[in-house]
Design a binder for this molecule. Structure first.
Ligand SMILES: Nc1ncnc2c1ncn2[C@@H]1O[C@H](COP(=O)(O)OP(=O)(O)OP(=O)(O)O)[C@@H](O)[C@H]1O
Ligand SMILES: [Mg+2]
Length: 366
């Protein structure tokens, strides 16, 4: 597998986590808060035909909701900055508050893209942006709180967090929901979007294990009409990037399909795509799985050992077949997301026939 190109400043971390390009600040001249707020609203209005659903929060409101951004309310930290749990008393709502770290790798531009896109996109498998704050130098995003945190924690950190390993049915439910989220972005969203940052830490889970995709700061509007791809700086996270995108910067919806294949393989195996510890032949999940994919008799070796055999053999075969299709080197042979969704819905429907999944159907989702 090719690594993310770092010629544009991307940070290639061996852990398979954050590998982001450093974004330059958009505006060099400072403008008054009111101007910034109306700028964001104007940008949304330019692209969207609908009402803006996200609300404006003041810094004081968010400070009160998180007890002054107290360490006790810290629930995570990523490339954008720290994430706090908060509570809005007058609405009796739990929120997640993501505060931009001015010294961090991500920045203003991602903040704006996130607010713009999440104000326009609405689907049960996309995170709910409740609002934002751009008081002074502050850049803060406010989401609905997802009580089960990220898929990453439940797949790889469950021993540390004293969690239980996920059962097979929950794993398939999460994969299906994530696939539906991508299908919506690729095909049904207006404008259609390439997500570009699918990974386990960006799949958040509610109390019933419904998944929602989060972090749209790297997303791009999908090519339309005659266009087959868009050319862009290579950004994303090491290990999850499609090989052709990492090599050429040519981005298509099929890049997301590849990343979905990586995440689905992580879900099935309980192994990180890049793992620094352990024997060298097991450090790259895709390379480790390649010989096993060639022999159906070895498929059971790919199932997460923490499942202790609690999975249907046929279901495992079918899930691995979907994964293998998504991970094909030749992007044109990968399925489109609606085919992946159909295959996964079939898998959960309990039917037992083989699921046909045609190679790269050139539908409008292409
Ligand atoms: N809406 C939310 N509800 C509950 N927890 C959340 C929410 N949003 C983020 N988190 C928690 O905060 C953590 C950090 O999220 P964040 O997106 O900032 O970083 P990341 O995904 O780990 O890394 P990256 O910056 O590469 O995306 C998540 O892993 C999750 O545990
Ligand atoms: Mg994230």
């Amino acid at each position: 597998m090719k690594h993310v190109n770092d010629s544009n400043g991307a940070r290639n971390e061996p852990t398979g986590r954050k590998a982001f390009v450093i974004l330059k600040n958009q505006g060099k001249t400072r403008s008054p808060d009111s101007f910034r707020r109306s700028y964001i609203r104007d940008e949304i209005a330019k692209y969207g035909k609908r009402e803006i659903s996200s609300q404006y929060f003041t810094y004081e409101e968010l400070s009160a909701a998180t007890k002054n951004f107290s360490y006790n309310f810290l629930i995570g930290e990523g490339g954008f900055g720290r994430v706090y749990k908060g509570h809005i008393a007058n609405k009796n709502t739990d929120i997640a508050v993501k505060k931009l770290d001015r010294n961090g790798y991500q920045g203003n531009r991602e903040f704006l893209v996130e607010v713009l896109l999440l104000s326009l996109l609405h689907h049960t498998n996309l995170v709910n942006l409740l609002g934002y704050c751009s008081d002074g130098e502050q850049r803060i995003l406010v989401y609905k709180y997802m009580s089960n945190g990220s898929l990453e924690d439940h797949l790889f950190n469950w021993r540390v967090g004293e969690l239980k390993p996920l059962e097979w049915d929950i794993r398939i439910k999460i994969a299906t929901g994530a696939a539906r989220g991508l299908e919506y972005l690729h095909k049904k969203a207006d404008p259609p979007v390439i997500y570009r940052d699918l990974k386990a830490s960006n799949i958040l889970l509610d109390e019933e294990w419904n998944p929602r995709l989060s972090d749209f700061g790297l997303a791009k509007l999908a090519p339309t009409g005659e266009q087959t791809h868009i050319t862009t700086k290579v950004m994303g996270t090491y290990g999850y990037c499609a090989p052709e995108y990492a090599l050429t910067g040519r981005l298509t919806r099929k890049s997301d399909v590849y990343s979905f294949g990586v995440v689905f393989l992580e879900i099935i195996t309980g192994r990180r795509v890049i793992e620094c510890s352990g024997p060298s032949e097991e450090q790259n999940l895709i390379a480790w799985a390649a010989p096993l994919f060639k022999d159906r008799r070895k498929f059971h070796l790919m199932a997460d050992t923490s499942l202790e055999g609690r999975y249907p053999m046929k279901g495992l075969y079918q899930a691995l077949a979907v994964t293998a299709m998504c991970l094909q080197e030749d992007a044109s042979k990968r399925p489109v997301m609606s085919q992946v969704v159909s295959a996964l819905e079939y898998l959960t429907s309990g039917q037992n026939e083989e699921q046909p999944m045609g190679d790269g159907d050139s539908s409008s989702e292409e």
